[in-house]
Design a protein around this ligand. Sequence first.
Ligand code: XMP
Length: 335
Amino acid sequence: DWNMPDYISEAVEKIRAQVGTDEVILGLSGGVDSSVAAALIHRAIGDQLTCVFVDHGLLRLNEGQMVMDMFAKNLGVKVIRVDATEQFMGHLAGVTDPEQKRKIIGREFVEVFQAESAKLPSAKWLAQGTIYPDVIESAGKGKKGQTIKSHHNVGGLPETMKLALLEPLRELFKDEVRKLGVALGLPHEMVYRHPFPGPGLGVRILGEVKHEYAELLRRADAIFIEELRNTPYEAVVVPGFDQDSVPRNWYEATSQAFAVFLPVKSVGVMGDGRTYDYVVALRAVQTQDFMTAHWAHLPHELLGKVSNRIINEVRGLNRVVYDISGKPPATIEWE
Ligand code: XMP
């Protein structure tokens, strides 16, 4: 059994004993693991922690601002935000191969992070939100697992940095990390978010990544997520069942949901005119482990509302399709 206040004070003591008066750097992605690690380490050592938040321009709508508000404004954490959009877009121009895109994003990410870290030469520690399943995964040889590690969790720690690793979540499972995050004062909504891949919208814009595509996708995706959150889910409540895990809405009832930008134009009508605009696909899946997944049977009314809203509100998109492929054979992401 898990006593949260005791756990937090022990973890805090352990971090203090480990780092002493040293400075610590942490790469904040806005994801659950790095966020909870940041909140915990900040609780332990306050301003000895500096977070570096690299905005690659492939984040969701208002995501960068939300990360800054939550950490810098609300929790008083030192966060350096680096807007590297132009650098990433520049290197991605003309590149269409999915693995090539991942490699570029991963490489630039490390580069930007390294350049920022070099501005903090007194730092002795690199903190990471590694959790127990990551430890297991990198011990095994999951094909995708290694690809994910290599860029996402700054796993490719640059040799030259000579920093010691601080990984306070190494022994925790995801659900424990979430509970810890809430106990540390992070918003429930943030801590229970769906996973978001390291390369971000880079793998949800098929083929070449462009500013224009990212803008359209961000807006469509935000509408989809908003409607999922706002649509109640009629759960069968089993007495004695952990109430926290009963989904209240369709966002909570799905494991991952997002929009995908297809660089394909099709014909539509709008008022008296004809349109010739892009398509977005909606993807929503239910899964335990993300190795296999079912497409979510979202209510038709919900899908209809999302489609209407996207087409009416996002000029440049005139068609919405729903992905009804399971994994396998399809993957969750489209690239
Ligand atoms: P797939 O598309 O392989 O995705 O069914 C399974 C899970 O992994 C996530 N994913 C990634 N996460 N970097 C990441 O950090 C990646 O390159 C990447 N590719 C897929 C995906 O979002 C899903 O949760």
